[in-house]
Design a protein around this ligand. Structure first.
Ligand code: ZN
Length: 152
């Protein structure tokens, strides 16, 4: 029996799509990366404020299908406060979920995307925000808008 698209849009996805978390530019960001998924028309920018090796603040901005925007929204709630290796581990778990459809019970909200595995073309939608976040973590720090350069 094949999965139905309505199964894909589970409650968590619908909720994040309706009320995206951490959406909009982050004025204090010191890292940013942009991702796009031309096959679906999804865009996603991820803004981070890194404090040492941890994500102190995170936001995303973008447009596109429900899967891409809900996934980016959920991603921001999952990786805030995490270090790069922790984010990589979470991403690996998430990638396994969306490619195999097997969601371990302890990974509650991310498991909502298990239905994506039945729609291989949508996997890129689900991982877009994660890719942008990982790129942002690797990117060079950028000058913040809250500058304190009063050095003569
Ligand atoms: Zn999409």
């Amino acid at each position: 029996m094949s999965a139905d698209l309505t199964e894909l849009y589970q409650q968590v996805i619908l909720d994040h799509n309706r009320r995206p978390r951490n959406r909009g530019k982050l004025p204090t960001a010191n890292r940013v990366a942009h991702g796009d998924n031309p096959t679906c028309g999804d865009q996603c920018s991820v803004y981070l404020r890194m404090d040492g090796d941890r994500i102190a603040e995170i936001s995303f901005d973008g447009s596109g299908c429900a899967i891409s925007q809900a996934s980016a929204s959920l991603m921001t709630t999952q990786i805030k406060g995490k270090t790069a290796p922790e984010v990589q581990t979470l991403y690996k778990n998430f990638h396994d979920i969306v490619t195999t459809g097997n969601a371990p019970e302890e990974i509650s909200d991310l498991g909502a995307f298990a239905g994506v595995h039945a729609f291989p073309a949508r996997i890129k939608c689900a991982t877009l925000g994660w890719h942008a976040a990982i790129e942002a973590m690797k990117s060079d720090p950028m000058p913040t808008t809250t500058t304190e350069s009063h050095v003569d």
